[in-house]
Design a protein around this ligand. Structure first.
Ligand code: ATP
Ligand code: MG
Length: 230
């Protein structure tokens, strides 16, 4: 298999509130490539456009201009229904605040992304048990999210991102609430996901992450532009 770019953006621009006094150009002429089966980090100061770029790549928002290719397909012009389909099939998301539902238990939180699909309940359960085992959460299946430790909550968030077997894991500031030991564990988990051929994309300003040996490519952003890609 060739080691090619799995994701490519071409001259992407994202303008929020165009034509209004609060108009904001969050992404300006962004052209990058994200390699398959590797960890790519997007770093840059607060407000530089990291989250905006992740949401355009992850098919959560459309760019104002430019093109985004995922696995060779231009997703920008896709009708909403297909864009949602690409998002659900190709991507798993880990958010900074984890976005777990506090009163649901581990199992039910992990199952959330599968409800909009037509998957049969026995298959959903089988997948959930497998990802829980992989992330050492089997013993916490029935614990409510609000009673889990920070590291456990993060593993539930990772498990939920993996439940649809995504080709790409997108993580936005994933270590913001973790100590060094848990951040190191997080990176070990990512290494194993890359080992399975998954593509990992992380936005962070945590030097521990962007300085890590596992990182294949670092993209530095400033004021909505790419400052450096190496
Ligand atoms: N929905 C929105 N409407 C208007 N402006 C927005 C919106 N989302 C982001 N912005 C603005 O776009 C710019 C880039 O924001 P973005 O969230 O992409 O930055 P970031 O690099 O992720 O920052 P942080 O490190 O603080 O998370 C900021 O100036 C922000 O205020
Ligand atoms: Mg952000």
């Amino acid at each position: 298999m060739e080691t090619s770019a799995y994701i490519r953006t071409e001259n992407v621009r994202k303008v929020y509130n165009p034509g209004r006094p609060d108009e904001m150009t969050a992404l300006d002429d962004v052209s990058i490539t994200i390699d398959r089966g590797a960890v790519t980090v997007i770093k840059g100061p607060s407000g530089s456009g990291k989250t905006s770029l992740l949401s355009v790549i992850g098919c959560m928002s459309r760019p104002t201009a430019g093109r985004v290719f995922v696995d060779g397909k231009d997703v920008v012009k896709l009708p909403e229904r297909f864009l949602t389909g690409v998002r659900r099939k190709k991507f798993g998301f880990i958010f900074q605040q984890y976005h777990l539902i506090r009163n649901l238990n581990t199992l039910d939180n992990i199952l959330l992304p599968l409800y909009p699909t037509n998957m049969m309940p026995p298959e959903m359960k089988r997948r959930a048990l497998a990802v829980m085992a992989k992330l050492s959460l089997s013993g916490k299946q029935h614990s409510r999210a609000k009673n889990l430790s920070g590291g456990e909550q993060q593993r539930v968030a990772i498990a939920r991102a993996l439940i649809n077997d995504p080709a790409v894991i997108i993580a936005d500031e994933p270590t913001a609430h973790l100590d060094r030991g848990l951040a190191a564990e997080f990176m070990r988990i990512l290494a194993s996901l890359c080992g399975e051929g998954r593509t990992v994309l992380i936005a962070t300003h945590d030097p521990f992450i962007y300085g890590h040996d596992l990182v294949g490519k670092t993209i530095a952003m400033r004021d909505g532009r790419i400052e450096e890609e190496r």
